[in-house]
Design a protein around this ligand. Structure first.
Ligand SMILES: Cc1cc2nc3c(=O)[nH]c(=O)nc-3n(C[C@H](O)[C@H](O)[C@H](O)COP(=O)(O)O)c2cc1C
Length: 187
């Protein structure tokens, strides 16, 4: 268990942030993988992405290809939800956030330098992600001329935590508007 009913909200806040930080740092941590939901025209769009960093300003960073469909969603509606689940600790974390797209700017360049050459090639495919192709090999062709690497930055507005527990589930919400003060909720 990550939280107990005797923890005060300020302690829970620190515990949750610590666990999210660990997710970004440790490839084996379950918070390393996050479900990112965007608002599409007809359906909600969800996909798994890797949490690359939780900055000291509490921004979640994710690497993407600038041509991917999520970018179109975000240009239309920059509001997202992020979903984390820790199966051993039985904790769900739901984040509502505002997204900004960083392509070819200082931030994108800074993070580009941190990626190995092999990984960089993943952002250089000749065809855009999602393009229909005759055979899978066509999807691996890369153009050496340019990369479409971009960084998505998510600034949270609310972070809600659900702890499953035998003695009673616990649910608490932290909101930016209240200075990240936590409020208990009916689970
Ligand atoms: C374990 C896992 C990790 C992934 N990490 C990323 C990631 O960090 N960034 C990314 O753009 N796509 C990542 N993907 C692929 C996305 O889930 C998705 O298929 C792709 O980004 C296209 O999504 P879109 O068409 O909605 O833009 C990952 C997929 C899996 C299964």
């Amino acid at each position: 268990m990550l939280l107990t009913s005797s923890d005060v909200p300020s302690e829970i806040w620190q515990t949750v942030l610590h666990e999210l930080h660990r997710g970004a740092l440790d490839a084996k941590h379950p918070f390393r993988y996050v479900t990112l939901a965007t608002i599409g025209t007809h359906f909600p769009h969800v996909r798994t992405v890797v949490l690359r960093e939780l900055t000291s300003n509490l921004e979640f960073l994710v690497y993407i290809d600038a041509r991917s469909a999520k970018v179109q969603d975000l240009l239309e509606v920059p509001r997202v939800s992020l979903l984390f689940y820790h199966p051993k600790k039985q904790v769900q974390v739901r984040v509502k956030a505002l997204a900004t797209i960083h392509s070819e700017d200082e931030l994108a360049q800074e993070y580009w330098k941190r990626i190995s050459e092999k990984r960089q090639s993943e952002y250089k495919s000749s065809l855009a992600p999602g393009t229909r192709i005759e055979n899978p090999e066509l999807g691996w062709e890369s153009s050496m001329e340019r990369s479409y690497f971009s960084v998505l930055k998510f600034s949270p507005l609310s972070i809600e935590v659900l702890q499953l527990a035998k003695d009673g589930h616990l649910r608490i919400q932290f909101e930016l508007a209240s200075g990240w003060k936590g409020s208990w909720m009916v689970p």
